[in-house]
Design a protein around this ligand. Structure first.
Ligand code: HEM
Length: 347
């Protein structure tokens, strides 16, 4: 029997490691890999820069920018030997992959967004000096719509409140108008937020139900907590089953204080009104869509934008004088948890 070493077989001595020691030239760019013209499900032709299927740069590189000869084969000890840890590119590639994680948000984990433009009519100039609300001013915006309770991979059409968060990239800095599609909220004091979310999230033992609130802990919270019942009534209406992100109202919910050029203040609530009107799904439709197409809302938004049916909203404000008289029956809009003394609370 000839003495042929078997690579990788246990032996008193480690197998020889032959590594290239002479520098070798980097291979040139890969051949053109562009495929047939890309068309999306809506039939729209993709943008020119989406036509390139090949790698975008001329070279494959490590994350430090060093040109790579090879990214498909790891370094082995000999012909059939085990993978070697001195393959720094292999280690970097796998370590990078192992860390490709974005921690899931505790609420509003499931959502979809789009860029757009906000154009002001100027109607709010008497109550605010904010530049982006000056007549004719155009401001780039980004809006993200979301469900509240579901995990990132949950279905879009579950019964839930929807988030409607808009970021205005104004000349005076970024302004975030965080809203929901329902104008009231479960709680009036933020300290109860962990409680309402813990009650709405799945049961801790079985981790069900996913993405919806019809279970004991939630009913327990709502039955013992009367201020949550108003929001719950809205949730159980057609608003809890939006037909499309394009057909949702948005409400800032909180009461904001606006300041005009003269330094006078007013209290205001922000309202988005969709040009397409407000529409809900039927319960049966929502349930079937959850199975057939769990991405129904994000697909609807992307398809509408791609075909040029851009969604539009009008932004309005509801203004209240910032005086003691704005309180009604002992309730202060700025802090509903505070009981206003009777002498300044006209009833
Ligand atoms: C009152 C107590 C509240 C607390 C403590 C609270 C807390 C939070 C937190 C911690 C997040 C971020 C989750 C993450 O990124 O991991 C979040 C997101 C969000 N909240 Fe609230 N929230 C409250 C009320 C509200 C209200 C009243 C609205 C509606 C006006 C609202 C709408 C949203 C929206 C739309 C998002 C997601 C924003 C996005 O898409 O990036 N929240 N909330």
């Amino acid at each position: 029997m000839p003495d042929i070493p078997i690579p990788g077989a246990p032996a008193p001595q480690p197998p020889p490691v032959e590594e290239p020691t002479e520098p070798v030239p980097t291979p040139g760019p890969k051949p053109d890999q562009s495929g047939p013209q890309v068309r999306t499900p809506t039939g729209v032709q993709a943008h020119e820069d989406q036509q390139v299927n090949a790698q975008q740069g001329e070279w494959l590189t490590t994350s430090g920018g060093v040109r790579l000869r090879e990214t498909d084969k790891s370094l082995k000890a000999g012909e059939r030997g085990p993978t070697l840890l001195q393959d720094h590119h292999l280690r970097e590639k796998i370590t990078h992959f192992d860390h490709e994680r974005i921690p899931e948000r505790v609420v509003h984990a499931r959502g979809a967004g789009a860029h757009g433009t906000f154009k002001a009519y100027g109607g709010a100039e008497t109550v605010t000096s904010a530049g982006f609300l000056a007549e004719g001013r155009e401001t780039p915006v980004f809006v993200r719509f979301s469900t509240v309770l579901g995990s990132r991979g949950s279905a879009d059409t579950v019964r839930d409140t929807r988030g409607f968060a808009t970021k205005f990239y104004t000349e005076e800095g970024n302004f975030d108008l965080v809203g929901n599609n329902i104008p009231v909220f479960f709680i009036q004091d933020g300290i109860k937020f962990p409680d309402v979310i813990h009650a709405g999230k799945p049961h801790p033992d079985r981790e069900i139900p996913q993405a919806q609130s019809a279970h004991d802990t939630f009913w327990d919270f709502v039955s013992l907590h009367t201020e949550a019942q108003h929001h719950t009534m809205w949730n159980m209406s057609d608003r809890g089953l939006s037909r499309s992100y394009r057909m949702m109202e948005g409400f800032g919910v909180h009461t904001f204080r606006l300041v005009n050029a003269a330094g006078e203040t007013s209290l205001a609530k922000f309202h988005w009104k969709p040009k397409l009107g407000v529409h809900g799904l039927l319960w049966e439709e929502a349930q079937m869509l959850g199975g057939f197409d769990p991405d129904f809302h994000r697909r609807d938004l992307a398809d509408a934008i791609e075909t040029g049916a851009y969604p539009e909203w009008e932004l309005g404000i509801q203004v209240f004088p910032d005086t003691p008289e704005q309180t009604y029956a002992g309730i202060d809009l700025l802090d509903p948890t505070k009981i206003v003394p009777e002498e300044i609370a006209p009833v």
